[in-house]
Design a protein around this ligand. Structure first.
Ligand code: UGA
Length: 425
């Protein structure tokens, strides 16, 4: 099929490359000329396992091209994906200006019976707005649909090749069939529903997962009050098939470009439609308070942060990405700077781009922990959890904060660290 992908951010590049790798003729469009240039040269502007290879391969075999011309991208396209950013507006709701601008710009070039698919995370009702905007600019017949994205950073290629499900929001039979045909090689779990349901499903999915994390963080805090071990509690609840053992890692709170934004957007949407007393408000608030709360509690245990040498290991918001947006490390470093600690950061991929007072990023984990009074293992990068901390133990009392409960407490204690964790009694 002939496909146009508008927006070459994270989702746009991954989606374009995957469809191209399945033999479709894909044109990626971005208004940023520099992005078009570097993508056309096979350069991915962020780290995502497997993506660079896939991009180079699909460019080389001619299935994928990039342009900044709407005319070029849209004129032949049977299916057009809108995958532009939807940042939060001042009132907390999704700002749809880029989605609407894309709709307006593509309209004059639409081919007869083209399908315009909104893949960006948008509130219910957006597909109708998109259709209205396009209709003002063209007489050509077209349909709209909503196909939300569920891929995760760090495993985006794998998630797109083997999605747990494909949700197609459309009320038009032919559109549903066309999109099913496109997605069938990727998944046999294709669910067709109303566009509004598809859009709600996206927000509901992310908000549920964020709520689950907030819930286990609170259970971990309670475990600390009574000597219970949250990891044992997870084992005790997880065998119930309604609950499951996965996605139950307590820590410094959820981060990234999606959960914080989507939870607060759904909260703002709820308020806007008259449901002010909503769970999402509280989840967002608890997550924002999570790092300062933990850091204060840990500070009491270590005798205060002032003048301590602190190694912060893991600056990205999760392993296998260099993305630091809303990463727990950003709140941790900010807190430590206010407390006048000396901070040494390390990450296998991410670069610290925040305030550098009392902060320096080290090239290796060894250097970051070289003088540490306190080591904070923030996230579970393999390079961090497989590191042998016995060889860097100094001859002074040192605290080891296991921010993800990834280490064996007995081993760390045997190496003479004072072990602190999240809810392990
Ligand atoms: C999330 C969703 O998982 C995807 O399905 C969705 O498509 C994506 O948002 C999006 O809307 O684009 P992502 O942000 O890449 O994906 O990362 P996750 O692996 O879900 O992690 C999100 C945050 O939750 C991270 O900070 C992670 O460390 C944290 N987390 C995750 C926990 O604190 N505990 C857990 O048990 C799991």
């Amino acid at each position: 099929m002939k496909i146009a992908c508008i927006g070459t951010g994270f989702v746009g590049v991954v989606t374009s490359a995957i469809f191209a790798s399945h033999g479709h003729e894909v044109v990626g469009l971005d208004i940023d000329e520099n992005k078009v240039k570097s993508l056309s040269n096979g350069e991915v502007p962020f780290f995502e396992p497997g993506l660079s290879e896939l991009l180079k391969k699909t460019l080389a075999d001619g299935h994928l091209t990039f342009t900044n011309s709407y005319k070029k991208a849209i004129s032949n396209a049977e299916i057009i994906f809108i995958m532009v950013g939807t940042p939060s507006a001042a009132d907390g709701q999704a700002d749809l200006k880029y989605v609407f601008a894309a709709a307006e710009s593509m309209a004059p070039y639409l081919k007869k019976e083209a399908v315009v698919v909104v893949k960006s995370t948008v509130p219910p009702g957006t597909s109708k707005e998109v259709a209205k905007i396009i209709k003002q600019k063209t007489k050509t017949s077209f349909t709209t649909a909503s196909v939300p994205e569920f891929l995760r950073e760090g495993s985006a290629v794998e998630d797109t090749l083997h999605p747990s499900r494909v949700v197609i929001g459309t009320t038009d039979k032919k559109t549903g069939e066309k999109l099913t045909q496109l997605h069938r090689p990727l998944s046999d779990k294709i669910i067709i529903m109303k566009p509004e349901s598809a859009q709600m499903a996206k927000y509901a999915s992310n908000t549920y997962l964020a709520t689950r994390i907030t819930f286990i963080n609170q259970i971990a805090d309670l475990c600390e009050k009574n000597g219970a071990d949250v990891e044992e509690v997870v084992a005790g609840i997880g065998e119930d098939p309604r609950i499951g053992t996965h996605y139950w890692y307590p820590g410094f709170g959820y981060g990234g470009s999606c959960f914080p934004k989507d939870v607060s957007e759904l909260a703002a949407y709820s308020r806007a439609v008259g449901e002010s007393n909503n769970l999402m408000n509280k989840v967002h608030e608890l997550n924002l308070a999570r790092t300062p709360y933990l850091m204060e509690k840990m500070g009491q245990k270590i005798g205060g942060w002032k003048d301590k040498q602190v190694a912060v290991l893991g600056l990205s918001f999760k392993p296998n990405t260099d993305d630091t947006r809303e990463a727990p490390s950003t709140a941790i470093i900010k807190y430590l700077q206010q407390q006048k600690a000396n901070i040494f950061g390390f990450d296998p991929r991410a670069k610290w781009s925040g305030e550098t007072t009392n902060f320096s990023q080290k090239k290796s984990l060894e250097e970051a922990v070289a003088h540490a009074d306190v080591i904070i293992a923030v996230i579970e990068w393999p390079e961090i959890i497989s590191f042998d901390f016995s060889k860097t133990k100094l001859n002074k009392p040192q605290f080891f904060i296991d921010g993800r409960n990834q280490f064996d407490p007995a081993t760390i204690k045997n190496w003479n660290y004072i072990y602190l964790s999240i809810g392990r009694g």
